[in-house]
Design a protein around this ligand. Structure first.
Ligand SMILES: [Mg+2]
Length: 134
């Protein structure tokens, strides 16, 4: 059995009769609203246990966020693995050729002059996305 998040969440959606699309597609507003609320609930649960909570609770809620995010991608017909690869490619360009890394005071890695933004539109187009008006 595959343990990739995309495969697990697809199995869940099929088992429970939830939406599954295979091409990037807009969805009805009510469904988009439901997905937004599900993700917001899970993100809030991460926030609740981020400080001083037990580590198993944090792990649980983080996994819920990933699960719901993959579900939302599936509902929209987005291959989220491919999008993640593109985000990673872009993030890695935050390291300059000299290996130097710029950080904000709170530790967040900043974009340097060699930073290349992700082209998520191109990834979705390769998946068959045809944006309206384009
Ligand atoms: Mg949860």
């Amino acid at each position: 059995m595959s343990t990739s998040p995309a495969d697990l969440v697809r199995e869940f959606h099929r088992a429970f009769g939830l939406d599954v699309r295979s091409t990037p597609t807009e969805v009805p507003p009510a469904l988009a609203e439901q997905r937004k609320n599900l993700l917001a609930e899970e993100a809030a649960e991460v926030a609740e246990v981020s400080h001083g909570g037990l580590l198993d609770r944090l792990a649980h809620e983080l996994a819920d966020v990933v699960y719901v995010a993959y579900g939302t991608a599936l509902v929209h017909g987005i291959d989220l693995d491919a999008v993640l690869v593109e985000i990673h490619r872009s993030n890695m360009t935050k390291i300059g050729p000299d290996g130097r890394i710029a950080r904000r005071a709170d530790g967040k890695v900043l974009k340097g002059e060699h930073y290349r933004a992700p082209d998520v539109s191109a990834v979705l187009r390769r998946q068959g996305w045809r944006p309206e008006g384009a």
